[in-house]
Design a protein around this ligand. Structure first.
Ligand SMILES: NC(=O)C1=CN([C@@H]2O[C@H](COP(=O)(O)OP(=O)(O)OC[C@H]3O[C@@H](n4cnc5c(N)ncnc54)[C@H](OP(=O)(O)O)[C@@H]3O)[C@@H](O)[C@H]2O)C=CC1
Ligand SMILES: CC(=O)N[C@@H](CCC(=O)OP(=O)(O)O)C(=O)O
Length: 312
């Protein structure tokens, strides 16, 4: 029998992408609200409770409200917002790091944030294995396509073609810091420097390292070998194992959506520094693709069903 899925927030940036990816699947029945009732709490309550799985593509407060509207033990939840990422009783929906079985069996799954997806994919396996230290003062530089800020930022960028770059979070606070610290086992949150460029989608997340970060690893090149091995069995995350760095990494505005992610480790020639880099689609593995991957596991479908991956 098809799994009944309700996307709360289906008219938003993330919701539309999930709906598009699920349309036409015979193992899924989409429960939909008409446009004039999509914010009506009683209509949402009805479908939240009728669904096997509710996917929340809402601002944080509305996501908390949606969870409170669920009055039965049968509806399972995938929350794309940042409301429940480090909340007890919730499973962090990053199967490659948390374990497929945990996501498969969970009733409450929180999708990782887009920037933490790149950050944690690079760092968590390495700190988890002790190859990198958990007490190093990490920093992370990142650029995102403007769809990362949802409808409001899309409108802002599309109405201001003169905007060429937007740096933000200069106050040292960002809603992604708790999950970055928690799931990489860090003693302190990283210094986080996010920014937005005038491309609709796409994201680069970079962690610069000095040799002081090394724990059990004796060279930076060991980090790359470990990551390549760690992700070898999966098809969503790909580690570029070549030793020659490319001369540049690009975000191209007309690139097709992608649910994959590519990781690089670029050691300096003397191995005293490295740049760890992740390239992803903020709306793919950074949001909608990750939600579909968790959904697939939860309904017993192949993990990558409906995902847009190279070669698929
Ligand atoms: N965009 C991205 O790349 C990523 C987004 N996320 C997270 O996913 C969530 C959704 O983000 P995104 O799709 O970008 O945001 P959008 O602003 O594009 O969409 C949010 C949608 O939720 C609707 N909404 C707001 N309040 C309610 C309510 N009370 N009841 C029902 N619907 C409501 C909005 O309605 P209306 O259309 O009327 O405004 C809108 O359609 C957020 O928590 C975001 O942080 C996570 C990772 C990446
Ligand atoms: C470009 C931009 O504004 N990005 C958003 C994060 C998008 C995202 O990942 O949403 P979650 O916070 O739900 O994870 C921000 O920095 O707040």
């Amino acid at each position: 029998m098809a799994a009944r899925i309700f996307i709360d927030g289906a008219a938003g940036t993330t919701g539309i992408e999930i709906r598009d990816r699920l349309a036409g699947r015979s193992d899924v029945e989409l429960l939909l609200l008409p446009e004039d009732r999509r914010k009506d709490a009683s209509a949402r309550r009805e479908l939240l409770n009728a669904a096997d799985i509710a996917i929340l593509c809402l601002p944080d407060d509305a996501a908390r409200e949606a969870v409170a509207l669920i009055e039965n033990a049968q509806t399972r939840v995938i929350d794309a917002s940042s409301a429940h990422r480090v909340t007890d009783g919730w499973t962090y929906g990053f199967p490659e790091l948390i374990g497929m079985e945990k996501v498969r069996d969970a009733d409450r799954v929180s999708n990782p944030g887009c920037y933490p997806t790149g950050f944690l994919a690079l760092l968590a396996p390495l700190t988890g294995a002790g190859l990198l230290r958990t007490d190093y003062p990490y920093s992370v530089n990142a650029v995102s396509g403007y769809s990362g800020g949802g409808k409001a930022l899309i409108e802002r960028f599309e109405q201001a073609p003169e905007l060429a770059f937007r740096g933000y979070a200069y106050g040292g606070e960002h809603k992604h810091l708790p999950e970055m610290q928690t799931y990489a086992w860090l003693n302190a949150p990283p210094v986080f420097a996010p920014s937005v460029i005038p491309a609709f989608r796409g994201m680069i997340v970079e962690i610069p390292l000095t040799a002081q970060a090394l724990g059990k690893a004796s060279t930076m090149s060991e980090l790359r070998a470990y990551l390549a091995d760690f992700y070898a069995a999966g098809t969503v995350i790909n580690v570029e194992a070549g030793t020659e760095p490319p001369s540049e990494l690009l975000i191209e505005d007309d690139k097709d959506p992608s649910d994959g992610m590519t990781l690089w480790v670029f050691p300096s020639p003397d191995e005293q520094q490295a740049r760890l880099v992740a390239l992803l689609d903020n709306l793919g593995k950074g949001a909608s693709g990750a939600a579909i991957q968790s959904l697939n596991l939860m309904i017993g479908a192949p993990e990558t069903e409906g995902l847009r991956l190279p070669g698929c």
